[in-house]
Design a protein around this ligand. Structure first.
Ligand SMILES: C[S@@+](CC[C@H](N)C(=O)[O-])C[C@H]1O[C@@H](n2cnc3c(N)ncnc32)[C@H](O)[C@@H]1O
Length: 189
């Protein structure tokens, strides 16, 4: 269900071989492998995840694919271990739909900080095309402690306004209709 929107996000990222790319929340490495296919073999792609177990999955996927130009780090999107103005592209899929609302501005500030001027932000998340989905009704009716077990903890988000509020420009949103619909939000620093 996430493959099609993620693929669209990668298309809109329009990664060039020399781009410096950071993927935040690499998960199992599905997008990272696609990013590696698009850059020069000498160009190191940076990937980060909060979870050491997910990083281990990504490490194995990268090794199977034969790429060696990867820097994988454990870290938190709320406090990225990278210098200001470091990246041409920051790709982040299916993480903001998991995290608390209060953390979103903190994360977006961090994304903006590490991007170079004109650098491109690409966000892919579970989303919606009308106010409250059936999915959200279930989510809201579920006791909080059960949510991670039933839905993987995610709910639809609308990131366009938050991305604008964080100071990004040329913000565009594309809705990708699917069994669980998603949005791709692209913006520039
Ligand atoms: C649903 S998975 C998505 C993984 C991948 N981006 C994809 O599209 O398949 C969410 C990932 O976000 C990571 N994550 C959650 N909170 C994070 C944070 N604050 N900083 C970095 N990674 C985080 C989780 O460890 C997990 O690997």
């Amino acid at each position: 269900m996430e493959r099609k929107p993620r693929r669209r996000g990668l298309e809109l990222a329009a990664i060039q071989p020399h781009d410096r790319v950071l993927e935040v929340a690499v998960g199992t490495g599905a997008a990272l492998i696609e990013i590696l296919k698009r850059v020069d073999k000498a160009n190191v792609v940076h990937g980060l995840d909060l979870s050491p177990r997910m990083l281990e999955k990504t490490r194995r996927a990268v090794a199977r694919s034969g790429f060696t130009n990867v820097d994988l780090r454990q870290g938190d999107a709320r406090s990225l271990p990278f210098d200001d103005n470091s990246f041409d592209i920051l790709f982040n899929s299916y993480m903001l739909d998991l995290i608390p609302l209060d953390d979103m501005p903190v994360v977006l500030d961090e994304f903006r900080r590490v991007l170079k001027k004109n650098g491109r932000l690409v966000l892919v998340n579970m989303s919606k095309d009308h106010e409250i989905t059936v999915w959200e009704r279930f989510y809201r009716a579920t006791p909080a402690r059960m949510v991670p077990y039933i839905y993987g903890g995610c709910r639809p988000v609308l990131m366009e306004g938050a991305v604008r509020a964080a100071g990004f420009r040329d913000v565009q949103r594309e809705f990708v209709k699917n069994t669980l619909s998603s949005e791709v939000v692209v913006a520039r620093k």
